[in-house]
Design a binder for this molecule. Structure first.
Ligand code: SAM
Ligand code: SF4
Length: 327
């Protein structure tokens, strides 16, 4: 469906849980995380039904995210059910990778074609610090290797770049994109949620990142890597993969934004940064039929703002956090 600003809204991000096995400093508080009640979480059949309704108004790509999507029981069933919707041509997953190895075959078998891993550092001490966990980088590295081995394509690696934390590792990540068919995307740190860990001076702009990478690599503006993202891609001369930059702050991409977001509690959002939400769960559980649900999608798309207001901050009225909205 085309929105009021001429954008083709064809991409739905679905947060299947607000729970996570990590506690990344910029995303979740360490303790006292308030999860939504079990009974308020949409059942997998409810999620599949809403995605079917979304497909009927032109959603073609679905990303399963969270919290950590792989902690949700039977998430592979959802991947399968969504993949079976005829007009959906792409089901993707964003994961921290910790549980990926044990589920990888099942996910592939269920129809998963591609995967995005989030990994902000290649050093164990930093990984433990940023994720506030005892997990190790090698678990995620093995997950990435397995995804490549299984032929998932593309395999992307999301790196949130934070000055003073990992900005000295950009060349190490670039080396991965050079040595393997991996698409490494450097993401600007965004002021979201409780602004945990956020300070303006931690933001590293794309221009600065690119200048640093060009000291070692010849970078050629590349064609888009299959997906829906707003990343600007560059191939590395002589390399296997690519480098992408996602700059919601220094260069917002709202003019091309094609996405909607559904939380695990059934709230539909048209913009990460706009607190306006439509309550699909309430409608669904009070017996709304598919036409009525479809109308909620249409109204939400019609209310999608022209652009985010990230530069003015998150806003106290914005109750949700990144792990709840789905990144
Ligand atoms: N748990 C999964 C993961 O980490 O890939 C999926 C959910 S996570 C909320 C989705 C993405 O949001 C991750 O790549 C994470 O790094 C990113 N993210 C979370 N908070 C962020 C922030 N403040 N700025 C930029 N990216 C953020
Ligand atoms: Fe969990 Fe992903 Fe948030 Fe990290 S970024 S705490 S892995 S939801």
């Amino acid at each position: 469906m085309i929105d009021g600003f001429g954008r083709n809204i064809n991409y739905l991000r679905v947060s299947v849980t607000d729970r996570c096995n990590l506690r990344c400093r910029y995303c979740m508080p360490e303790d006292g995380v308030s999860h939504i009640q079990h009974t308020d979480v949409l059942r997998l059949e409810e999620l599949a039904l809403l995605i079917r309704v979304a497909a009927s108004i032109g959603i073609k790509k679905v990303r399963i995210t969270g919290g950590e999507p792989l902690v949700r029981k039977n998430v592979t069933k959802l991947v399968r059910d969504v993949g079976a919707i005829k007009s959906i041509d792409d089901v993707a997953l964003t994961t921290n990778g910790i549980l990926f190895q044990e589920l990888a075959e099942q996910l592939k078998d269920a129809g998963l074609k591609r995967v995005n891993f989030s990994l902000d550092t290649l050093r164990d001490d930093r990984f433990r610090y940023i994720t506030r966990s005892e997990a190790s980088v090698s678990a995620v590295r093995k997950a990435i290797d397995l995804a490549l081995k299984l032929g998932l394509n593309p395999v992307k690696l999301n790196v949130v770049v934070i000055r003073g934390f990992n900005d000295d590792e950009l060349l190490d990540f670039a080396h991965l994109a050079w040595a393997y068919p991996l698409h490494v995307r450097f993401i600007e740190f965004m002021p979201v949620g409780d602004l945990l860990f956020w300070e303006r001076q931690r933001l590293v702009s794309m221009a600065e990142m690119k200048e640093l990478l060009e000291q070692r690599y010849e970078m050629i503006p590349g064609k888009r890597v299959y997906g829906n993202g707003p990343a600007r891609y560059y191939s590395l001369v002589g390399g296997e993969g690519s480098i992408g930059f996602i700059n919601p702050i220094s260069n917002h991409f709202c003019g091309e934004c094609n996405r909607l977001r559904l939380t695990c509690g059934g709230m539909l959002r048209a913009c990460l940064y706009d607190s306006h939400e439509s309550d699909l769960k309430a409608a669904l559980r009070s017996g709304a039929d598919e036409d009525a649900l479809r109308q909620i999608f249409i109204d939400t798309i019609n209310a999608k703002p022209e652009k985010h207001k990230m530069e003015t901050g998150w806003g106290s009225e914005n109750r949700r956090r990144m792990y709840q909205i789905g990144g």
